[in-house]
Design a protein around this ligand. Structure first.
Ligand code: HEM
Length: 504
């Protein structure tokens, strides 16, 4: 299928880029890596040898292909680790300007309040739910049906990236960019977004002076970013034009509408300011990367655990059975899937093992002592490995490495309920004052998407395909998720009746 051939064509290039990134890491990681502190590294035999001069670098090099797994093993052996130094966090993601992910103080407070207000608007929420349903019904389901008919392997991660991109852009601009359509247009804009995230990761691993020098020389990963930034800006400009054209300037429900009359975002001449560009790009990152990546890992985990798929179908069966028409493909509204406990459990369990943002980074404002006993000083940076936290035996128990949605299900007055896990234990949506503002809406959407995929299709990972994370601040799959899809047959109606009977 087309998706696969595009991937094969780009693989050689991405191999060279990865090679460059890896070799840059070898030479540039030393100064940062030597600042990592792991408790009693000299005396703990479970930790790699701490060599003079190069520290644990040799073992890092040997494990660079599995950076997150390596960090998890170190934390498990040593107790919480930390790194400290004074970085300018905002500069790592300069593409996002001073917008909400990158802002602090009064500006952040104002921006957060504004997004919070928007996310509470019933009209916007209804618009988002409608956009999601529309994209599932008219984009994702037909694409999967075509792949199933062709019986050819395809990259599910790419399909979900296209899906999440459109689904995020539609409420932002009120216009569908059409990345998931019959023609499957080029992935220039999502690729540019990937570059921002990969370079963001790279900048975390090298001294600031190194990447700034590379940026001014436009070499290595920095060159990739210099190419990506204008692509993103052009996309936003085109979508704003399309929005004005298609809607004839009329009042709309989209997110841009709530910024367009604000002089902080749009000049007197009606031209969008850099701040509006940055804010829109922030929204695109907030929704596309997180949702697309979460869905890909969830579907991957489901392919490995068929009994979880059966349990989800059992939960969906009464919804389908209650409908008048049982023909065609079933799609689900977020409101319908909201109460489904096991489906939530399957989603959260996948996010525990595969958080889309594997690293959380915070700067210290004032000297303090962390609950772990680590002292931190104003200006220090604290790195939290959300990925490792989801795999800690002392947090999740002996079976922490297993994908087991049942751990999330509890009983409440004789009915199944979702177990409450505090945000500081389960951090994919962050915890505290900077926690995610899109959590509820995205959980509801992702549940309805997975419900439709699982109900209508059987997916199988192509034998021999290696699924592993790439080095980025977003936990995308390095080689994609190459699967085959089979449409569930006409016996689904009988099976539905059977599943419903099984629940009585
Ligand atoms: C799978 C879905 C999602 C996940 C896992 C997720 C995760 C996160 C995380 C970890 C943060 C904290 C970032 C930081 O400060 O380090 C965050 C912040 C945020 N998220 Fe989400 N997010 C998701 C979807 C969404 C969606 C769909 C939106 C909607 C527009 C959204 C809006 C936001 C906003 C506005 C913030 C900034 C909060 C602040 O800095 O005060 N998120 N999200």
């Amino acid at each position: 299928m087309q998706l696969v051939s595009v991937r094969v064509a780009t693989m050689a290039l991405s191999f060279l880029q990865e090679l460059f990134l890896a070799s840059s890491l070898l030479f540039l990681f030393i100064p940062l890596y030597r600042q990592f502190k792991f408790r009693s590294s000299k005396t703990n035999p479970a930790l790699p040898t701490d060599w003079p001069v190069v520290g644990m670098l040799p073992s890092l090099i040997a494990n660079i292909h599995d950076f997150h797994g390596y960090a998890t093993a170190l934390f498990a052996a040593s107790g919480p680790g930390h790194s400290y130094e004074g970085h300018e966090f905002a500069s790592f993601f300069d593409t996002m300007g001073g917008s909400f992910f990158n802002a602090d103080g009064e500006s952040w407070r104002r921006q957060r309040a504004r997004v919070q207000h928007l996310m509470a608007s019933p009209r916007l929420l209804a618009f988002m739910a409608g956009s999601c349903r529309d994209k599932v019904e008219n984009g994702l389901m037909p694409a999967l049906a075509r792949a199933a008919t062709a019986r050819a392997p395809f990259d599910m991660q790419e399909l979900l990236t296209r899906f999440a991109f459109d689904m995020t852009a539609m409420p932002v601009f009120g216009v569908d960019p059409g990345l998931l359509s019959v023609h499957m247009p080029p992935m220039d804009v999502p690729n540019a977004m990937d570059a921002v995230m990969e370079v963001g990761f790279f900048r975390h691993t090298v001294p600031i002076s190194c990447w700034k020098l590379m940026r001014s020389l436009r070499i290595g990963p920095e060159r990739k970013l210099a190419v990506a930034q204008p692509v993103l800006r052009r996309f936003v400009a085109e979508m704003l034009q399309k929005r004005a054209h298609e809607n004839d300037g009329a009042h709309q429900l989209d997110i841009v509408s709530s910024y367009i009359d604000d002089p902080e975002y749009v000049g007197e001449d009606g031209e969008p300011k850099d701040f509006l560009y940055a804010t829109i790009i922030n929204y695109m990152f907030a929704g596309r990367d997180t949702v697309g990546t979460t869905l890909a890992w969830l579907l991957y985990n489901l392919t490995k655990h068929p009994h979880v798929v059966s349990n989800i179908r059992r939960e969906l069966a009464p919804i389908v059975a209650s409908r008048n028409s049982k023909s065609g493909m079933a799609v689900f509204d977020p409101d319908e899937t909201k109460p489904l406990v096991y489906l939530s459990a399957a989603l959260f369990e996948s996010m525990r093992l595969h958080p889309p943002g594997p690293i959380e980074r915070k700067a210290v404002l004032a000297d303090d002592v962390l609950p772990s006993g680590h002292e931190v000083r104003a200006g220090d940076t604290v790195l939290i490995s959300v990925y490792s936290m989801g795999r800690m035996e002392r947090v999740w128990g002996e079976d922490c490495a297993e994908y087991r949605p049942e751990r999330w299900v509890t009983e409440d007055g004789g009915t199944a309920a979702l177990r409450h896990v505090p945000a500081h234990r389960f951090m994919p949506f962050n915890a505290g004052p900077r926690s995610c503002l899109g959590k509820d809406v995205s959980v509801a959407q992702m549940k309805s998407v997975v419900a439709a995929v699982v109900w209508n299709f059987d997916l199988e990972v192509v034998p021999g395909h290696v699924v592993e994370p790439k080095l980025s601040v977003v936990l995308q799959m390095k080689n994609g998720l190459v699967v085959t899809a089979a449409r569930r047959g006409s016996d689904v109606a009988d099976e539905t009746a059977e599943l419903c009977r099984g629940q009585q």
